[in-house]
Design a protein around this ligand. Structure first.
Ligand SMILES: [Zn+2]
Length: 114
């Protein structure tokens, strides 16, 4: 015979009570950030069109420095496609042309040393 002894602790604690928070605070000084900040970008978006497609330039000539220079950043790096809008096949030819032009010193490897 086994007796089970249950110990049921029924704790019915009532946590009641009306808590009224009545804290009359002082009038808030209208603080916070003052005027709306105007953070306007200076770069405006232009509709990106591949320049080579528009002008129907099939092969990018590495001797055309003026053309290549448009796709080179100030630092001498090749501007990424997402910035210039050049399509992929043209970007590939362009980068190759730029590298060729660099090799024969038409374009700088590095523009400015900071
Ligand atoms: Zn293109």
């Amino acid at each position: 015979m086994a007796e089970e002894t249950r110990t049921s602790s029924a704790g019915g604690e009532r946590s009641g009570g009306d808590r009224e928070r009545s804290g009359p605070r002082g009038p808030r000084p209208a603080g916070g950030p003052g005027g709306p900040r105007e953070g306007g970008r200076k770069f405006f978006r232009r509709k990106k069109v591949c320049k080579f497609c528009v002008e129907k330039i099939e092969a990018v000539n590495y001797k055309d420095v003026r053309l290549l220079a448009q796709f080179i950043a100030e630092s001498g790096k090749i501007t990424p496609r997402r910035l210039t809008g050049v399509c992929t096949p043209h970007q590939r030819r362009l980068s190759r042309a730029i590298k060729q032009a660099r090799n024969i010193a038409l374009l700088p490897f590095a523009g400015r040393v900071q």
